[in-house]
Ligand binder design. Structure first.
Ligand SMILES: C[S@@+](CC[C@H](N)C(=O)[O-])C[C@H]1O[C@@H](n2cnc3c(N)ncnc32)[C@H](O)[C@@H]1O
Length: 542
């Protein structure tokens, strides 16, 4: 997948009061600026009673977690002062001791030192790695409490960032209850593991530190660290066959006779960078089929041969590819790709259509819940079904949304920045004998005056951007285009709330009026045990 420009609210929103708060803070990485704003906006009210109170770095505080903020951090207030403190992995109701690690504008961050009494809705986390893994942060919170917290976060963002009033009599019917995910484990069809020169161990296990090859790690990043990898032999979020592959590789890759070395993110030496496992389905048998993608720093197929021999014997493995990534960054997308065994792509079935998925193309990560999501999108699109309508599918990836709607419309036009995803979308159209879909490669952050001249005026726009949301150029285009319906699908409720504000209430400082009415906003849980939230929003022209 392409790297997406990290443009942010800063440029889009200058002059907004809540933007001032955003500027003062930097809770999260600058690549996801809207989330900073969203968290900040949640803390603006009530104001700390004592503005001058500020804990010192290294100070320990006894705290109680009140709620979960976006990105899953626990929100606590310091007794007597009301000063806001955020803590990763603190869960609502938990009383704990935290040490102040970072001080920000009007809040601080702490790390948990010790739990005094557990949170409400506690359950046993089934995964042995859950307390330390960066993947699942809320496995020990009951699933009901997880979805409740997500629903609450969306509501707060819609009010504080989107500026929709909960006093509006229609508010409760617009904001729908979250759709939970029926499958809470083994739901991910793609997992990316990283290789590292040293296993990361929690403080209490530091005595188990090993040197040399036995100390190498293959697993998931410790929360917040690009250079610390927790070694994992299985992951409860991925499929069972994917766990068989992971275990087979773990069993042998450190063997000195293979001469394999993990890539060192500091010295930039070493060979193995990532292991990406994707699970699809054989369209004839419906049984799982797997793609194994080794991401390496150079092309040395002879080094991978023993691993390829071992894992190609696993019946579900139908594709082994090698992506060569020579950059010093941590991305898993290669500049070149080589097929080491079997096919170059695997297949998956979604809403009755067949899709080919190659190593670097985007495909919804939870196939089961994608069926639910796409049904919601189709319902929102409100197509007449008489084959007369035009659909514009923005950020179309491999074309999945547009293609699933194509049978009921005159034509689908899809736009996407990643060339490989566009060619997959075209291939997917052919594979399903769909002739009324056109996919175009293009950067929707850089649209010019001519955008919109190559397709007839759409009846419905589907927009499914990734985390930064829509660029102001695209917002302006949509406000001018005035299609009857927009279905906005979002994986980031903070940028979603911002864009809904623009489309409905306008962009005041640019003298642009909004012309849409938010008819419904449906949160969907695609990723149990993680802080991620998906939303499907329906906007109708006023
Ligand atoms: C959340 S995915 C949605 C994909 C697709 N709608 C689906 O459901 O599978 C977002 C897609 O937007 C694409 N994208 C990101 N930035 C883009 C940009 N500036 N212009 C066009 N496409 C972009 C990504 O490559 C990715 O395929």
């Amino acid at each position: 997948m392409a790297t997406v420009p990290t443009y942010g609210l800063r440029r889009l929103n200058s002059g907004r009061p809540w933007m001032q708060n955003f500027r003062r803070s930097s809770i999260l990485s600058s690549a996801i600026p809207a989330i900073q704003d969203s968290e900040e906006s949640q803390f603006d009210s009530p104001k700390p009673k004592t503005q001058s109170y500020f804990p010192k770095r290294g100070q320990t505080l006894e705290l109680v977690c009140e709620s979960l903020a976006f990105k899953g951090k626990g929100v606590c207030k310091v007794a007597d002062t009301g000063f806001v403190v955020l803590c990763d992995r603190a869960l609502p109701g938990e009383r704990f001791v935290g040490r102040v690690t970072r001080k920000k504008g009007n809040y601080a961050e702490v790390t948990k030192v010790e739990t005094i009494s557990p949170h409400w809705d506690i359950v046993d986390a089934p995964c042995e790695y859950a307390p330390n893994c960066g993947g699942c942060k809320t496995q020990n919170l009951s699933y009901e409490a997880q979805v409740r917290a997500k629903e609450q976060q969306v509501q707060e963002l819609v009010i504080h960032v989107g500026k929709f009033s909960d006093k509006d009599p229609e508010f409760s019917s617009i904001l729908k209850p979250i759709v939970p995910c029926d499958i809470q484990f083994h739901y991910r069809n793609k997992m990316e593991f990283s290789f590292a020169t040293q296993k990361w161990l929690p403080r209490e296990l530091l005595h188990e530190k090993e040197d040399g090859a036995s100390g190498y790690a293959l697993g998931l990043h410790a929360p917040g660290f690009f250079d610390k990898v927790l070694n994992v032999n299985k992951c409860l979020l991925q499929s069972e066959p994917a766990n068989t592959v992971l275990a087979a590789i773990q069993e042998c890759w450190r063997d000195p006779q293979f001469g394999l070395s993990p890539y060192d993110v500091h010295s930039h030496d070493g060979f193995l960078k990532h292991l990406v496992l994707r699970t699809g389905r054989d369209i004839k048998t419906g049984l799982p089929e797997l793609m194994v993608n080794f991401v390496t720093s150079s092309y040395k197929p002879e080094l991978l041969k023993p691993l390829v021999e071992k894992i190609s014997a696993i019946p579900e493995v139908v594709s082994i590819v090698n992506n060569i990534n020579t950059s010093v960054g941590s991305t898993s997308v290669g500049e070149q790709e080589y097929i080491l065994h079997g096919k170059s792509a695997i297949t998956e079935i979604l809403r009755g259509l067949t899709f080919q998925i190659s190593a670097n193309s985007f495909f919804q990560t939870n196939t089961h819940q994608a069926e639910v999501l796409y049904k919601l999108i189709e319902d929102c699109a409100g197509l007449r079904g008489d084959g007369s309508e035009i659909v514009l599918d923005l950020f179309c990836g491999t074309g999945t949304i547009g293609l699933t709607l194509s049978r009921r419309v005159r034509h689908v036009y899809g736009y996407e920045v990643v060339a490989q995803a566009v060619s997959d979308a075209r291939r997917n159209a052919k594979l399903n004998s769909i002739c009324n879909a056109t996919f175009v490669e293009g950067d929707l952050n850089k649209i010019g005056e001519n955008f919109g001249k190559d397709f007839p005026k759409p009846d419905v726009v589907i927009s499914d951007p990734n985390r930064p949301g829509m660029h102001m150029k695209l917002i302006k285009f949509l406000l001018k285009l005035k299609v009857p319906r927009i279905v906005y699908v979002s994986c980031n409720p903070a940028t979603c709330a911002r864009d809904l504000d623009y489309l409905c209430h306008g962009v005041v400082e640019q003298n642009i009026e909004g012309c849409y009415k938010l008819k419904s906003l449906q949160p969907v849980d695609m990723f149990p045990h993680t802080p991620h939230i998906e939303c499907v929003c329906l906007l109708e022209l006023r």
